[in-house]
Ligand binder design. Structure first.
Ligand code: G3H
Ligand code: 13P
Ligand code: ZN
Length: 332
């Protein structure tokens, strides 16, 4: 058993409070490997931003949860080495689906966990979430719950159809569970194909324009839960230039579309204080690697292609922090 404080990590309590007051959001970037972790820390230090390192069940299976935990501990030391005297880094379990998984993360030094009971009945979601909160809070670990179901398909997270969060349920859910933050469903979804072409309109150049997020639902939730931290999952923007690079060099990403950045800017200025981004990082890495392989077919040292992939990630994260979420300079 190790407490996150011993690792130099922080929970999300203070970061979220400051984010709501300051009208910005904290990025939660998923990581599975060293290059992603390095790029996240490099960007966060350069922009003096708080950051949440996010680990999914799929990441735990791929990379081993012990290794990921030590990497997060290393991330704190790395941030200090890069010049950030007091790094504000949280280590968060993304989409925990059982009490046992959440407990295991709390016990090994995570500073925050999500218990995603959104696929259960309302009462079962409350019972499971409350159990996790009661355990995690003993150790100062913050807990994210979820109400409403996102559309989209991921390896470990799947929901064919979305159900928007019902604002009339949020007060009851938050009060009875004691969660520290609430993930809601207002039209975002996981992955790189967030909307079908049929759900979109087209501009004069034929470019797909996705339907807007349901800010009316978010506003109603803010009325019900004033000043309470809200989380947006499925918030990648799916950069079209990177998708084009992937496809130019042999990829086959069709009809890929994400959440426009201006909508994320608007969300970040509201009580949304954590914005989850995974797919954009995958796309940034893949576009850099595909381009390298196509242009440098004789090269075979992984550092030669993982290096540019890491640099592409760093630039992407910096852009999110500085130009979209508004959290640059908030970790001083
Ligand atoms: O919300 C899901 C995240 O993008 C994690 O995806 O389960 O494939 O690691 P993953
Ligand atoms: P994206 O697939 O839009 O990056 O969403 C990631 C996410 O919500 C992780 O929990
Ligand atoms: Zn998610």
């Amino acid at each position: 058993m190790v407490n996150y404080k011993e690792l130099g990590l922080v929970n999300t309590k203070e970061m979220f409070q400051k984010a709501i007051e300051g009208k910005y959001a904290i990025p939660a970037f998923n990581f599975n490997n060293m290059e992603q972790m390095q790029a996240i820390v490099q960007a966060a230090v350069e922009a003096k931003s708080p950051v949440i390192l996010q680990v999914s069940s799929g990441a735990r299976k791929y990379a081993n949860q012990t290794l990921l935990r030590y990497m997060a501990q290393g991330a704190v030391e790395y941030a200090k080495e890069l010049g950030q005297a007091n790094p504000q880094i949280a280590l968060h379990l993304d989409h925990g689906d059982t009490f046992e998984l959440c407990k295991s993360c709390v016990d090994m030094g995570f500073s925050s966990v999500m218990i995603d009971g959104s696929h259960h009945s309302y009462e079962d979601n409350i019972a499971l979430t409350k159990k996790v909160v009661e355990y995690a809070h003993q150790f100062g670990v913050t807990v994210e719950g979820e109400l409403g179901v996102l559309a989209g398909v991921e390896d470990e997270v799947s929901a064919e159809h979305h159900t928007y969060t019902q604002p009339e349920e949020v007060v009851d859910f938050v009060t009875r569970t004691g969660v520290d933050s609430l993930a809601i469903s207002i039209g975002t979804s996981h992955g790189a194909n967030k909307f079908t072409p049929a759900q979109c309109t087209r501009d004069e150049n034929g470019i797909l324009i996705p339907p807007p997020l349901r800010f009316d639902i978010l506003e109603e939730i803010e009325v019900q839960l004033p000043g309470f931290p809200i989380v947006l999952h499925g918030s990648s923007s799916v950069p079209q230039d990177m998708v084009a690079t992937i496809n130019k060099y042999g990829g086959a990403m069709t009809d890929s579309i994400g959440i426009p950045e201006d909508q994320l800017r608007k969300a970040a200025a509201s009580s949304v204080c954590k914005i989850n981004i995974d797919s954009d990082g995958r796309i940034a890495m893949t576009s850099a690697i595909r381009e390298f392989f196509a242009l440098e077919p004789s090269k075979f040292d992984p550092r030669q292609y993982l290096g540019p992939a890491r640099e592409s990630l760093r630039k992407l994260y910096l852009h999110k922090i500085q130009d979209v979420l508004g959290c640059a300079g908030k970790a001083v």
